[in-house]
Design a protein around this ligand. Structure first.
Ligand code: ATP
Ligand code: MG
Ligand code: MG
Ligand code: MG
Length: 571
């Protein structure tokens, strides 16, 4: 690619609304352009990154035996009614009508459609196991689509769905996907961690998330550096971690819904004592809507007095607002330092979002375990106690892990999620096959998502400096940029640049020749912003000595390399 024939349009300033670094840098580099809240055009360089991520994901999915198909973006409501999610999904599901007033959804995920495919296509145990996947546009009407590609409303996901004869076989499919994900995130060049996770509104009983480690992540991970143990405390919907960011707070205040229904605090019945991680467990139900929907606490935390204040929130409905002092009706005292590890600034006001029932688990017990019945609300009894409950109660960085060693906490970005679904969807949609004895049996399922577009942003959150992005080579918009100094004036420079350019291209290197003939300062600033992993500078002075300068984006110093060795050095 030659820069003069490409579309480069870098900006000095990021839009004011861009709160996270990936959003700022992707916009400044011209990789994405916003068209509506949470909806972006992937500009040419953004699309290149996306395609490279897709290619790695596709290769590893195929290697793991999964089969690609492509399901539609628009799905009929009937399938969602069959599974029950038409009622359960809530406002994240975009519902539309066609000209005949028939209901459709814009898919946020594809369990229903694939289960419908399976019940029509799979008849016999001989066809199993099978794992179908696609890479497709998703739409989720996210409450706060404010982080660029990190949390878009329209975004690109790889989602795979496995079908098996029984639970043992389904577990093997799950394990194969888990292993494929390890390979995918390793090849993408990211530092990541697989963690035990909640199953959210997808449902099912077992799940792991793949988290890209980054201080700016919305999730909080508890892990033991000396063992396999790692879990997500999933504070993704808890803006407390962002409380220090004024724009976020303002946005929350704007969402106040003063006439929301009365809430009922049930923390005590839950019998969950406060810990440094679970800052306060207060669950609120709306008597009008019943237990199908619940809200979580709103707290004030105060470093000076070490107090956590919880208010019943008459105005806490389908939105957020900050409690006034007058609304505080319970005060919990906590040990000094309590408010530190979760990043609460002094006197911060913390707001925690509402959750659906399926999401209750991740706050209270970290998993949506079977047997969690909310009809007839008696939350204090028969509460399951998965390992995670104990961890959530007690865990804080530096505390001992009951299994040995000490626990640590870090922030992460959820980029992948594997679920063991069992027969949740296959039973609802009656997806069966004939077993060896000729009798019908219900298919066992798993589902496996990867946030393809989120990965591009997560890579930046993890790898950047004050000059711009630093791409892992595998997914960089360009692997190498050639920066000739004074290409318009010097034949030697032009010839050297052209010949290295052609040689790199011949070797399959994704190279761009910056032949715009701009000032070196402008050229360098652009490519540092864009984050090309390698920059080769060719100038008259160096060439006279037979030297080019190769600068790795991560390094402080450029390397002086003999012109004749440049190709080999880059490869
Ligand atoms: P989150 O907790 O961040 O809202 P999720 O748990 O709702 O994500 P899943 O249903 O597990 O998401 O979807 C699979 C993957 O799709 C996620 O691991 C994530 O990488 C990606 N993803 C989910 N929501 C978004 C979004 N709004 N924008 C970009 N990627 C997303
Ligand atoms: Mg979500
Ligand atoms: Mg999640
Ligand atoms: Mg998830």
């Amino acid at each position: 690619m030659r820069a003069s024939q490409y579309h480069l349009n870098t900006l000095k300033e990021a839009p004011a609304e861009a709160e996270v670094v990936s959003h700022q840098l992707m916009t400044r580099a011209g990789m994405i352009r916003k068209i509506a809240g949470g909806v972006y055009t992937y500009m040419p360089m953004g699309l290149k990154v996306l395609r490279k991520i897709e290619a790695i994901v596709r290769e590893e999915m195929n290697r793991a035996g999964a089969i690609e198909l492509l399901m539609p973006v628009i799905q009929p409501a009937e399938l969602w009614q069959e599974s029950g999610r038409w009622e359960q999904y809530g406002p994240e599901l975009l519902r539309i009508k066609d000209r005949h007033q028939r209901d459709f959804v814009v898919q946020p995920t594809s369990e229903e459609v694939i289960t419908d495919i399976a019940r029509n296509e799979i008849h016999s145990w001989r066809q199993l196991p099978v794992n179908f996947y696609h890479i497709q546009t998703k739409f989720r009407d996210e409450r706060r689509p404010r982080f660029g590609l990190m949390r878009g409303r329209e975004f690109t996901m790889k989602d795979a769905y496995s079908f098996d004869r029984d639970e043992t076989a389904a577990q093997a499919s799950y394990d194969a996907m888990y292993a494929a994900y390890q390979r995918i995130f390793t090849r993408l060049g990211l530092t990541f961690r697989a963690v035990a996770a909640d199953t959210g509104s997808i449902g099912g009983s077992r799940s792991h998330e793949f988290q890209v480690i980054a201080d700016t992540g919305e999730d909080l991970i508890v892990y033991n550096p000396d063992s396999e143990y790692a879990a997500n405390i999933e504070l993704a919907d808890a803006p407390c971690l962002l409380a220090e960011r004024e724009p976020a707070r303002e946005a929350l205040e704007k969402r106040a819904t003063p006439d929301a229904p009365k809430c009922e605090i049930v923390a005590e019945q839950l019998g969950l004592p406060l810990s440094r991680t679970v800052k306060a467990v207060v669950l609120a139900t709306d008597p009008a809507e019943g237990p199908a929907r619940l809200w979580l606490l709103l707290i004030r935390g105060d470093h000076e007095t070490n107090e956590i204040k919880v208010g019943k929130l008459p105005g806490f409905g389908d939105g957020y607002r900050l409690a006034t002092e007058a609304e505080i009706d319970s005060v919990f005292h906590c040990a000094p330092g309590y408010l530190g590890p979760v990043g609460l600034p002094p006197k911060a006001i913390t707001v925690i979002a509402d959750r659906t029932v399926a999401h209750m688990g991740d706050f209270v017990c970290g998993a949506n375990e079977a047997g969690y019945h909310l009809s007839g609300v008696n939350w204090g009894r028969d509460l399951p106690e998965p390992d995670l409950v104990a961890d959530l109660r007690n865990v804080v960085a530096g505390d001992p892990d009951p299994r040995g060693g000490t626990l640590a906490i870090q922030r992460g970005i959820e980029v992948g999620h594997v679920f063991f679904l069992g027969d949740k969807y296959s039973r609802a949609l009656n997806a069966t096959f004939l077993e060896t004895d000729g009798k019908p049996a219900v298919l066992q399922m798993g589902c496996y998502g990867i946030g393809v577009s989120r990965i591009s942003a997560a890579a930046i959150e993890q790898n950047h400096d004050d000059r711009g992005m630093i791409w892992p080579r595998a997914i960089a918009p360009f692997e190498v940029v050639l920066c000739p100094i004074g290409i318009g004036k010097s034949d030697a420079v032009r010839e050297a640049a052209e010949s290295l350019y052609l040689a790199l291209q011949a070797q399959g290197v994704d190279v761009i020749l910056d032949d715009r003939d701009t000032r070196p300062g402008i050229m360098f600033a652009d490519w540092e912003l864009i984050g090309a992993p390698l920059r080769v500078t060719l100038g008259d002075r160096g060439l006279k000595e037979g030297i080019v300068e190769i600068q790795a984006r991560r390094d402080d110093q450029a390397q002086r390399i003999a012109q004749a060795d440049a190709l080999a050095y880059i490869l």
